[in-house]
Design a protein around this ligand. Sequence first.
Ligand code: HAM
Length: 419
Amino acid sequence: MIPRVKGTQDFIDCTLFNFIIDAVKKHLTTYHFTEIQTPILESIDLFHRSLGLYTDVVSKEMFIIEPKQESSEERICLRPEGTAPIVRAFNEHHIELTPWKVFSYGPMFRYERPQKGRFRQFHQVTMEVIGSASMAQDAQFITMLDRFFHEILKINSYALVINFLGCLQDRENYLGILKKFMDQPDITAKICEQCKDRKERNIMRIFDCKNPQCQEIYSDAPYIVDHLCTECAQEWQDLQKHLSLLSVSHVCRPTLVRGLDYYNKTVFEFVSKNLGAQDTFCGGGRYNQLVQQLGGRQDQAAIGAAFGIERLMLLLEPLRDQLNIAQPPALHIIIPMSPAQHTLALLLADELQAHNLCTDILLEGSLKSMMRKASKYGAAYALILGETEQQNRTVTVKNMITGNENVIAQIDLIAALQK
Ligand code: HAM
């Protein structure tokens, strides 16, 4: 047996997956989002330029495709996320009507160490609003997500964590302040090796360190929200005020930085302790510079987020019964008692299916074994065709729940089943 590739999974039952997709499509449509699809294959440079060379996703986790010919100039990878491709599409199609509110879903690829809720191929729903700088937009966007998780999916066990990373100038000033803090000899001596590396390459990521000693040290670190320019400080206040007015519970966490370089100003995550170590199921924020960074003619302020479908499924599995998951249609199983009734069975099945009645035929086995199979498949009705039924142009219809049997003329069958 050749097993599946490490870090990937088979969805043998897609009910919950499809429920999430159907529900989010409906929800996003209410907020005037439209669906787009972009390719799974993208240029490596797209992610180098957008996510940042020193982020984990780019430096360690890219699935790079070997060029077919050595001379090929194409440098291609499997997309690790959906925002850069959507911004690329925005630029490439010269979208002029903004804000452009779009969503997309599909597989993403990151060469991570697999564990609960962390895969190498996983699925995201990505939602982006390109061309709006207002904090009211941020508040509406976050409220939309919160309503989806809380009201539609009925998840209670989560928290919304937010932070504000300021504008580019704020970030530059702050990096100097943080570096000064980190350069103190007693701090440099105590932090872990990973933090030493992060300090040099991507200093704000030190706050993601899980080492208790490092965390203790960083509780005294300067935070960016205390070093914002007047305009950003006002925006940060406005965002919190809007969220409170919209009754969106949130926690301000000054150490939340997110793992990708394109963010500025608002950042947020939805986290749940029920997920274990990989506790973030949705993350996002503003990326006001990305459109121009990826070749756009002018800057477009933008905000977006993505949630991981697998992590949401982990949260939803115990809540399955409370969800409004559509029941599969009643199944009709036709049981021809011998090959002599196969043609009749085919014709009858064809007729039922043409009338949108979910139908299957069992073509192998004894009557007893076929009845057992029909029951295991969860059939609502078994439609038995023997020699007598064939001669009399009837069907014996067995209700699989009550066990009642009725003999019905073939000509009346559709009407009887549609009742
Ligand atoms: P991200 O935080 O890297 O953000 O990923 C978003 C979500 O994807 C995570 O919260 C998690 O649920 C899921 N996810 C990420 N990696 C894995 C994995 N290895 N296995 C399973 N699930 C995973 C982004 O990707 C940004 N593009 C979000 C965004 C959109 N920001 C602005 N617009």
